[in-house]
Design a binder for this molecule. Structure first.
Ligand SMILES: [Zn+2]
Length: 314
């Protein structure tokens, strides 16, 4: 075991996953997280890891070849969009997207190898990525590739994915909604008011996987109190699962003041979710858990929410 039990990824190659100054998913998110870590006095308490690029084979475990090739080509050109207009084809975005995924896989490997108990990556949790297309600022879906990696490389089956980003984690949800060993809890702003418009309470999984997914669509202006009340409900479900690994996508865009969503949590909700999941991880899976930054478009909120998650993991 290393000097800290928690590994955190940071570095310019990871910070390079953004869509430019004029885009909500801009270049300052990584630094906002580092500033928040400093402010909470956490910088010296974690082990910092350099970003790593994902190899093609790992990426292909989830994404199809035509899509990967399309991203590579448009990234080389550096013009236009990778989807219908949300996700620009910035020059170098292919390599940056490979770095987002590779860094998460590196965390998973090091946790499975018992070098660390838990890990965090600020620029990750790109939950709107599908096998054959991208959307909502998400090029490659590191959450899904991590799930595939945990199964193929590390032979785990039962995985819990919890997503408290303001947006529904559709790219993960609809890929695994027939998978009875992938458990998912998703808190998000009600789809009637926010992209991608999915994630109703009655969507609980398909076929034999029915009952393995839970959606919590939150009303506009939902607060910490609303979150905490529903989290208790989610917690009962979470504690019944006994997963072998936990993934938390903790998008900071559910905090009050985010420019593109309408929820009003404070960092307390992030702390509540992270502490609760860490307790479960400690009890049932040797503490094994990763947390992925996800969305968040207000820099001050990023600097508050993500360091609180890291602190809970320590
Ligand atoms: Zn989001």
């Amino acid at each position: 075991m290393s000097k800290s039990s928690v590994a955190v990824i940071a570095g310019s190659q990871l910070a390079d996953y953004h869509f430019g100054e004029d885009h909500a998913f801009g270049p300052y998110r990584h630094q906002a997280f580092l500033d928040g870590m400093d402010r909470l006095g956490l910088t010296s308490q974690v082990e910092w890891l350099d970003p790593v690029q994902c190899d093609l084979q790992s990426l292909q475990s989830f994404h199809n070849d035509e899509f990967i090739e399309m991203v590579r080509q448009r990234s080389a050109l550096g013009t236009g969009f990778l989807d219908n207009g949300d996700t620009p084809a910035r020059k170098g975005i292919f390599e940056a997207a490979l770095t987002v995924v590779g860094s998460v896989l590196d965390l998973v490997d090091k946790i499975m190898d018992k070098q660390f108990r838990r890990g965090f990556s600020p620029i990750a949790g790109l939950h709107h990525g599908y096998r054959d297309h991208c959307s909502g600022f998400c090029v490659f879906n590191d959450c899904a590739v991590a799930i595939e990696h945990l199964r193929r490389r590390h032979h785990l089956q039962k995985i819990l994915y919890v997503d408290i980003d303001a947006h529904h984690g559709d790219g993960v949800f609809y890929n695994y909604d027939s998978d009875s060993n992938l458990f998912m809890v998703d808190f998000h702003e009600d789809g009637r008011f926010l992209y991608p418009g999915t994630g109703d309470t009655d969507e609980t999984g398909c076929g034999s996987a029915q009952g393995s997914m839970m959606n919590f669509p939150m009303p506009i202006q939902a607060t910490d109190e609303d979150f905490s009340r529903l989290w208790s409900e989610a917690e009962v479900f979470i504690r019944s699962i006994e997963p072998e690994f936990i993934i938390l996508q903790c998008g900071a865009d559910a905090m009050k003041g985010d420019p593109i969503t309408h929820l009003e949590y404070s960092q307390q909700s992030y702390q509540l979710a992270a502490e609760s999941l860490c307790r479960t991880a400690d009890e049932v899976c040797d503490g094994r858990m990763i947390a992925l930054g996800g969305g968040g478009y207000n820099m001050e909120n990023i600097s508050l929410a993500w360091p609180v998650v890291v602190r809970a993991m320590l």
